[in-house]
Every structure is written in structure tokens, then in C-alpha cells.
Design a protein around this ligand. Structure first.
Ligand SMILES: NC(=O)c1ccc[n+]([C@@H]2O[C@H](COP(=O)([O-])OP(=O)(O)OC[C@H]3O[C@@H](n4cnc5c(N)ncnc54)[C@H](OP(=O)(O)O)[C@@H]3O)[C@@H](O)[C@H]2O)c1
Length: 444
């Protein structure tokens, strides 16, 4: 059918559940660009219903009378609505709503990464069993089309490595700490004032949000379904400004890096503050942006960056999913995603086998032989030292430690987490070290 004729056919009716930040953005794109969307989808897209909790809240968008309702059943039970855009956060009742939408015969587009991470198997399997689809481009890295890239554009490849900045809030805070010489609390406060961090920023700054997105990417790229507890996770919330300074002296910056790597048929998986060499692409990602480096066995190394959240970037991804669903691409792809692989083709690498170079900072008594004692313990655990920095105590540390201790920074050559942990057990017995010490991996 020629496109002009198909535009004239009956429109596809859409119901949005959740007219908050993202939902309002989606409604805006649907109402402001109908011709463009119809051309690309092959059918007109018409917003029939938008469901909210509180009908009294101002929405900042004019929709035809009767569109906004507080009844989810107005979408679930309307047989004319073909596609539901699910933009309710959290797990409950988001899970139950999504299941009811599928049972009501709707194909679903969602941005809820927490829900897919926790209940993904149930939701995807239910969709498949009911002959429906779930599209979720907006669930990972907002406006960056990374799901389509992994699932379609790089389909010729076995992805071998994902290294990514997946949380814009953390990246904004780290950028401000490095640029302005601010401590964590000061940078967080500014991020909250500018709307880059929530009033309760816990899930962003403790690494959970990035881990949820990494789990979805890992599932799609490797066919391996990890749980949140499988991801070794550390946030930026305990990062000391002095470590950014020392990393800077060594030619690095610090990023909250999410890593999934195929090593000896196992998947290494972690989210943690990581030293990243200054000249590399990830080090150049400043402010609230996201970036993802993917290595494929056919294509080699590729990079993607852009806005990882926010109203319109996320709406861009949601509407692209809507167009794909209308055009039939989602149905073709959904059946063929790596997430259906069973049994999983790779196992998860035990944490003690993860290999890396490490940055270590100890607070040590300023007296002879301390460095020799530490070097001896590291050496006996087959950990060799690449470089050492020892300084007078910076002001930020003098309050928390006694005046006659100094920071000692050690960069190691490659070793395993297991070996390092063994060494740390012995180091903990040295009286000259004031616990706790700091340890971060070095990318690459
Ligand atoms: N914001 C972003 O930049 C971004 C980026 C990527 C992904 N996401 C994901 O997108 C989803 C939506 O995020 P958001 O920022 O748009 O959230 P939000 O601003 O809090 O909006 C949520 C909407 O859902 C409605 N809602 C909540 N519970 C409901 C229920 N039981 N029945 C009907 N409606 C209900 C709310 O109604 P009321 O308005 O009446 O309270 C609100 O309109 C989340 O899963 C989030 O993780 C967000």
C-alpha cells in the first residue's frame, strides 16, 4: 500500500499510562508532529487516553477533553487501543499494570528499567505467550539508541565488551567535583538545585540505577540474565575529592563505570568508580550525559553518547519504539532477541577472578619502612607496583585522620580481585595503616 493511502487508513490508537516527566514529553511529540510520525510509521498515531493518579495536577500540556483519566481500565478495556505506553515508575503497581495491558491485548512500550530488571522474565514471557510485544529502548540511556544498536545494528557481532557511563546524575556530580574542586556533598547539592539529582538520589549515586541498565544490556548482548545482587556495585557517594586529585596527577579522571566483558567464556560484571585515562572517549563525557563503548568481534570498537535521561530525549526513544511497533519491526525483533537464550551461553565470572589494574590509597603513619612493608605484602601476593605517590596530607584529609599520617597512593599492575583481597587482609594487620583504605579499578 503506498504511504499516502496508508496514512489515510484508520489511525493507531495509543494509551499512555503515566503523564509525568516522560509521558508529557511523549504526548507532546505525538500531538506536535503527527505528519512526521505517520510518514515513518505508515499509519497515523492518535493519543486516545492518558492515565494519571491525580486528575488535579497541572500537566503543562493541552489535550482534547476526555483524554486524561485516572482509570487504568480506560486503556486496558478499550479494544480500540492498540498500543500502551507504560510510563509508571517503580515495581508495584507498575508490574500489575503492565501485565494487565498485555492481557488486554496491547503491545507495550515502557521506559521502566527497574521493573524490567526485576520482573523481566515474567513480563517478556507473558508478552510472548500472549502474542504481544514489549519495546524498551527508553529504559537504557534515554535518548541514545543503544537497545536498537545492540539488538539490531550490531547483530552480526558477538559483543565482547560494554564499558559505559549510564547514570547522568553521578556523571554530573563527578564532573563538578573535578572542575570546581568541590566535595561530594557540595556537588550533590548543586545537582539537586539544578534538577540533575532527585531529592532522594540514592539509586543514582549508589550505582543501582546504572547496574539495572547494565543488567538489561548484558541480557541483550550476551544472553545472560544477571540479578542485581550479581553485579559488584559501588557508588560515588563515598568518593573523596582527594582521590580525584591524585587520579588527575596520574593522568586519569574518575567515572562511575558500568562494565560487562566476555572473558574466557564468562561475563565480568561490575559498576564502580573507575580511573579512566584522560584522553579516552569516556573521560570526555562531562555533565549529565551518558556514553557507551561497545566492542564487537566483527565491527571492533564503537562509541555512542548523548543525553541519557530527561523529558524529550527519553520521549524520543519512546516514540521511536511506538513507530517500530506500528511498522511491525518490534514484532520481528522481539522474537529474536538474545534474551530468549536458554540455557544462558555464558556464566558470570566470580568476583575474585576479575582482573584489573588498581588504584590504592592508604592513610599511613609518616615513618620509615611503611612503604617497604606494604610493598612486601603486595609482592608476596604477586601484585606488582606500577607507581607510587606520597604527599603531605591535603586539608580535606586532616580533619578525618591524625596529623602524622600521610596519603600513600599505589598504582598496581594487573592483578585479580582475589589476590588483592588476600593482600588487603594482611595489610589490615599493619599498625602503620589507618583504615579504611581506598581501592578503585583502572579502566583498560
Ligand atoms: N525521567 C526521565 O528522564 C526518565 C528517563 C528514562 C526512563 N525513565 C523511566 O520512565 C518511567 C517514568 O518516569 P517519569 O520521570 O516520567 O516519572 P514521573 O514523572 O513520576 O511520572 C509518573 C507518572 O505515572 C503516573 N502514575 C503513577 N502511578 C500510577 C498509577 N498507579 N496509575 C496511573 N498512573 C500512575 C503518575 O501520575 P500523577 O502525575 O498523577 O502522580 C505520573 O503521571 C520510570 O520508570 C522511569 O524510570 C525516566
Amino acid at each position: 500500500m503506498p504511504p499516502s493511502a496508508s496514512h489515510a487508513s484508520k489511525p493507531i490508537l495509543i494509551g499512555i499510562i503515566g503523564l509525568g516527566t516522560v509521558g508529557t514529553g511523549v504526548a507532546r511529540v505525538l500531538t506536535e508532529h503527527p505528519e512526521r510520525l505517520a510518514r515513518r510509521a505508515g499509519r497515523r498515531l492518535e493519543l486516545r487516553r492518558a492515565v494519571v493518579r491525580d486528575l488535579g495536577k497541572p500537566r503543562g500540556i493541552e489535550l482534547p477533553p476526555g483524554t486524561v483519566t485516572d482509570q487504568v481500565s480506560a486503556v486496558i478495556d478499550d479494544p480500540e487501543i492498540d498500543i500502551a505506553v507504560h510510563l509508571v515508575g517503580g515495581i508495584h503497581p507498575a508490574r500489575e499494570i503492565l501485565l494487565d495491558l498485555l492481557k488486554g491485548g496491547k503491545d507495550v512500550v515502557t521506559a521502566n528499567k527497574a521493573l524490567l530488571c526485576e520482573c523481566g522474565e515474567e513480563l517478556f514471557t507473558t508478552a510472548r505467550d500472549l502474542g504481544r510485544t514489549i519495546a524498551f529502548e527508553a529504559a537504557v540511556a534515554g535518548g541514545i539508541p543503544i537497545i536498537a544498536t545492540v539488538a539490531q545494528s550490531l547483530a552480526a557481532n558477538q559483543i565482547t565488551s560494554i564499558s559505559a557511563i549510564l547514570n547522568g546524575t553521578s556523571n554530573y556530580i563527578l564532573t563538578q567535583m573535578a572542575r570546581e574542586n568541590w566535595d561530594y556533598a557540595q556537588a550533590l547539592h548543586q545537582a539537586q538545585q539544578l534538577g540533575f539529582a532527585e531529592a532522594d538520589p540514592t539509586l543514582d549515586v549508589d550505582g543501582s540505577d546504572a547496574a539495572q541498565k547494565l543488567i538489561l544490556l548484558t541480557w541483550l548482548a550476551f544472553g545472560v540474565r544477571a540479578q542485581l545482587a550479581d553485579v559488584h556495585r559501588q557508588g560515588i557517594d563515598r568518593l573523596d575529592l582527594s582521590d580525584l586529585r591524585f587520579a588527575g596527577e596520574l593522568g586519569y579522571t574518575i567515572k562511575l563505570l558500568a562494565v560487562a566483558r566476555l572473558v574466557n567464556q564468562q561475563i565480568e560484571l561490575h559498576v564502580q568508580p573507575t580511573l579512566v585515562r584522560r584522553q579516552t572517549p569516556l573521560a570526555q563525557i562531562h555533565g549529565p550525559f551518558n556514553a557507551i563503548g561497545l566492542v564487537g568481534d566483527v565491527v571492533g570498537e564503537t562509541w555512542y553518547s548523548g543525553p541519557g535521561a530527561g523529558q524529550m530525549p527519553t520521549a524520543s526513544a519512546v516514540v521511536a519504539d511506538l513507530i517500530d511497533t506500528v511498522a511491525g519491526r518490534t514484532r520481528i525483533n522481539f522474537e529474536r532477541l538474545e534474551l530468549w537464550r536458554s540455557p544462558a551461553p555464558f556464566s558470570l565470572q566470580p568476583r575474585e577472578k576479575i582482573e584489573s589494574r588498581f588504584y590504592l590509597r592508604f592513610q599511613v603513619l609518616d615513618r620509615p619502612h611503611v612503604l617497604a612493608d606494604i610493598a612486601d605484602i603486595l609482592g608476596r601476593n604477586q601484585i606488582s607496583i606500577a607507581s607510587v605517590i606520597q604527599h603531605e596530607p591535603p586539608e580535606s584529609l586532616t580533619g578525618s585522620s591524625s596529623a602524622n599520617t600521610v596519603p600513600l597512593i599505589i598504582m598496581t599492575h594487573r592483578t585479580t580481585e582475589g589476590q588483592l583481597r588476600e593482600a588487603e587482609r594482611e595489610l589490615a594487620r599493619l599498625n602503620a595503616i589507618t583504615p579504611p583504605h581506598v581501592r578503585m579499578p583502572v579502566a583498560g
